[in-house]
Design a protein around this ligand. Structure first.
Ligand SMILES: [Zn+2]
Ligand SMILES: [Zn+2]
Length: 276
């Protein structure tokens, strides 16, 4: 059984995002058109309840990169933990803070940031910060209104934000107005890694990606938005891309993203209508 630090902390049972009292009638993140409230209605849970039923797993992904998952918590995201040149970064923090995982992360060195790609992935971000020496929790300014647990540890960022000598956070927007990616140039043996959340979603075929306003409710983004996202990403080079659920593009990811963007733009602008 997992053990945790703030047993009474409440979070949404569906999305796993931490909340504070007085609780709203429905979690605003789940009530939004990009997510969903279960047919059984809104439910809340606590860190103690989650810890009692969840199994937390830490795995090594690559050199200086680890994944942390918690079974039966929120939508089941994978937290990526990377050790940059200037310290450790937690990306897309899971909704349960586990003492064992905290001990492991502490052994990697000081944590310089806890950061979620977008509000669906906020998880227990403030609780992770509190467990890890009050590391700053970076919030993309356009999405700041979605934060359900306000805290002095939150730091708003905008545009391109240099995190470490070898790591930069870039605001691409799209899925959320402030959706982020993290470009880690020294990752994958120096070939470069993009942590993409669902700003850019690696597909099951492992050779293409998608760009959507909502994945569960299947709302597409426009061609011009995808074009703008690619332009913002610019010439940054990366061979691997990781999305929310440990789904990844493991080779030539920057070329895969460019080709998938061209395909997406073709479909939404009618270039392939003769095939429908
Ligand atoms: Zn929720
Ligand atoms: Zn999302």
């Amino acid at each position: 059984m997992a053990t945790t630090f703030e047993p009474d902390l409440i979070s949404c049972a569906t999305c796993g995002v931490e909340a504070t009292t007085p609780l709203p009638a429905v979690c605003p993140i789940c009530a939004d058109e990009r997510q969903w409230v279960p047919a059984s209605g809104q439910a809340w849970t606590t860190q103690a309840d989650l810890a009692a039923r969840s199994v937390v797993t830490v795995g090594q992904v690559d050199e200086r990169q680890w994944s942390v998952t918690a079974s039966d918590v929120g939508i089941g995201q994978t937290m990526q933990v990377i050790r940059t040149a200037d310290g450790v970064v937690l990306w897309d923090p899971i909704g349960l803070v586990d003492r064992g995982a905290v001990g492991f992360i502490e052994s990697l060195g000081p944590v310089i940031a806890v950061v979620a790609s977008h509000p669906h992935m906020y998880g227990a971000q403030v609780a992770w910060s509190r467990a890890l020496d009050d590391a700053p929790v970076l919030i993309s300014r356009p999405d700041a209104g979605w934060v359900q647990r306000r805290d002095e540890r939150l730091v708003e960022i905008e545009g391109a934000h240099r995190l470490a000598e070898d790591a930069e956070i870039v605001t691409l927007g799209g899925h959320f107005a402030g959706s982020l990616v993290l470009h880690w140039t020294s990752g994958a043996d120096g070939r470069g890694v993009l942590l993409a959340g669902d700003t850019i979603m690696a597909n099951p075929d492992r050779s293409s990606v998608s760009f959507m306003r909502s994945y569960p409710n299947r709302i597409p983004l426009s061609g011009s938005t995808v074009e703008r996202m690619l332009a913002t990403l610019g010439e940054r080079s990366y061979s691997r891309l990781w999305s929310n659920f440990a789904n990844a593009i493991t080779e030539d990811a920057d070329r895969v993203v460019a080709a998938s963007a061209a395909r997406h733009i073709g479909w939404v602008t009618g270039a392939f209508d003769d095939a429908t």
